[in-house]
Design a protein. Sequence first.
Length: 314
Amino acid sequence: MASCDVASSCRMNEEFAVPKDVEEVRTAMANFAERHVAAGRRVVLITSGGTKVPLESRTVRFLDNFSSGRRGASSAEYFLAKGYAVIFLHRHRSLCPYTRLYTGVNLLDCLTLNTIQEGTELVTVDQRKLPNITNILKRYQEVQTVGLLLPVEFSTLSEYLHLLKAAAQALSPIGSKAMFYLAAAVSDFYIPASEMPEHKIQSSNGPLQISMKMVPKILKPLVKDWAPKAFVISFKLETDPSILLERAYCALDTYKHQAVVANVLDTRHGYVVIVTKDFQKELVLTDKEAERGVEIEDKIVKNLSNAHSHFINQ
Ligand code: 9Z3
């Protein structure tokens, strides 16, 4: 993958529209991190879901990166169970912690309306249609009561880039207590605002040819300048297994961060390799584990939170 240097990060504001609420979100993230570190917790920023790259300013068409958000959402639950406070920077309408478990369920089919007396109605839930709902609800309410989860949404690549930069700056003061777990699927290509047609591209003009620029590699300034003491993990996604490890080591070597989680699209929920400068560890989910409802994210989070402890103590 080619890379443009985001040291030219001044270009970021020109070519990627700044989201209106970025300052508010930065403050919310900084306060969240400060409060939880004061209470003895570590903070993980999880990115999740795919970025959207518009082809027109008044967008009808866009280029999307595949990610359901399951990896990020389930990892968030395991980090919360380990005592982390979680900033969940995710694609609008991708999977979210806890609710992801019920995405296949039509809520209205689980509810019954009972008339208790005239004018008083009670809605009841059929728990058989929402597996394990009491435990999940208890866990969700504990998380909400303590305010352990801060959801932040993005849709476009521009929003993702600016919000990730803001998060890095907000978490910088907590140093090594911050972890970045970058599971979002981020576009490598974009059309700069200055070159984008305003209106819907007309098919009457014939076949479409698009030229896209390389997206600046935001990991470089994140590791080097914005949050230099943090524990940073990126994800490497390939479809060809034969180049996976080579690409993962290449990323580690280029960005000098702490770990890469390498996965192949088709097998991503059953097999990953964690690559660091000190070790390479394969994590496999057996069929038996899968039947028992074990998820590979449980193993990923265990390994990485241990590595984070080691990093903090160093
Ligand atoms: C991943 O590799 C994630 O594990 C998946 C998770 C997106 C495959 P799902 O959300 O899938 O559970 O459906 N994320 C990183 C993808 C990415 O864009 N990586 C870039 C690359 O590989 C580097 S930042 O070049």
